[in-house]
Design a protein around this ligand. Structure first.
Ligand code: ATP
Ligand code: MG
Length: 335
């Protein structure tokens, strides 16, 4: 394993398998960074997943394995990327406690990401305190590794803004310790769900998963939101906001032909079913090799857990160093 310089941290919440939005929104960026520079940290954020899934520990535990599988199947290489489990690095929880003192409850309630998610999950005033504070724990995830670049989807930008406020406060109160963080957005930072209403998300029932079978992909593509006013093939249709085109834009290898199809769709004379069949084919071609590698890896669960175990041990070394420094700065290094 290359020595990890701790410049990049990225992660997934183990709340389910990963989907196409993840692939274009974050995994692709991770793989690029892995190839260009290596030495990145990848975290399975089980502590964060439990903030809104406290009653479903089994679901979270199973998903830890699944999200690790998804990343490995897409090309994450444990020799280049330190893959670890958040809960097994208790230094992160310790750092979270200290960061909580630097943030106000009203600021957390105003965080646009948290606000949207509270609404989506129907928490209202009964939002778990841990969920409300997850941006603080996310700041600790990043800063425990002194990471300064974070590949994320668009929904995470306000959370990273909050991290930077914590960086400023900490440095002001205790002396310069942390660097500001920079989000690394992909070219498609917000892929829509098949419902066309919200971003594709594991928790919203609107996702095409990397592990879906060819049949499931076909069925979900058939349900995709297009243009509600495009009823007959002969009707003129809208391309903007049309989920089928959003995915063809990203995945169709023949962009020239796609441009022609768009023209035809706008003019009228092209049915949704033709386009949906094209998209199913494109997606299944893309997913085939990922599914195959995923199945192979899944047949040896111990190997996957060993990778996470070794990565966690490695990650903890870095987090411990950071905490030694933090305790000194905060004058709580008594013994
Ligand atoms: P949950 O519903 O449990 O929050 P999620 O689908 O939002 O799950 P996360 O694990 O929260 O997935 O996100 C992992 C990473 O993927 C984050 O960087 C996030 O910004 C990015 N991401 C998630 N959904 C999308 C999407 N639809 N398009 C682009 N990026 C996304
Ligand atoms: Mg999310």
């Amino acid at each position: 394993m290359k020595e990890n310089t701790g410049k990049v941290l990225t992660g997934d919440r183990p709340t389910g398998k990963l989907h196409l939005g993840h692939f274009v929104g974050s995994i692709q960026n991770r793989l690029k960074l892995q190839q260009e520079e290596g030495g990145i940290f990848y975290m399975v954020a089980d502590v964060q997943a439990l903030t809104d899934n406290a009653a479903s520990p089994e679901k979270v535990r199973d998903a830890v394995f699944e999200v690790a599988l998804d990343n490995l199947a897409c090309g994450m290489d444990p020799n280049e990327t330190t893959m670890f489990i958040q809960s097994q690095v208790p230094e992160i929880a310790e750092l979270t406690m200290f960061f909580l003192n630097l943030v106000t409850v009203s600021r957390l309630k105003q965080n646009p990401t948290v606000k949207t998610e509270i609404k989506q999950k129907g928490f209202g005033e009964n939002v778990p305190a841990g969920f409300l504070a997850y941006p603080v724990s996310q700041a600790a995830d990043i800063l425990a590794f002194k990471a300064s670049r974070v590949p994320v989807g668009e929904d995470q930008l306000p959370v990273l803004e909050q991290t930077n406020e914590i960086v400023e406060s900490f440095n002001r109160l205790y002396g310069k310790t942390f660097e500001r963080v920079t989000p690394l957005l992909s070219t498609h930072p917000r892929m829509p769900g098949i419902d066309g209403k919200a971003k594709m998300s594991k928790s919203l029932g609107n996702a095409i998963f990397l592990a879906d079978s060819p049949k499931e992909v076909e069925q979900k593509v058939m349900q995709m939101y297009t243009d509600p006013k495009h009823i007959h093939a002969s009707d003129a249709g809208k391309v903007e906001g049309n989920v089928v085109f959003a995915y063809l834009d990203v995945f169709d290898p023949n962009q020239k032909e796609l441009a022609e199809l768009k023209k035809q769709y706008k003019k009228g004379g092209l049915g949704d079913v033709v386009l949906k069949k094209r998209l199913s084919g494109v997606l299944n071609d893309f997913l085939d090799p990922i599914r195959l590698r995923r199945e192979n890896l899944a047949s040896d669960p111990k190997k996957v857990m060993d990778i996470l175990n070794e990565g966690t041990r490695e990650a903890r070394k870095t987090a411990k160093q950071t905490m030694d420094e933090v305790r000194e700065r905060m004058k709580i290094n008594y013994f």
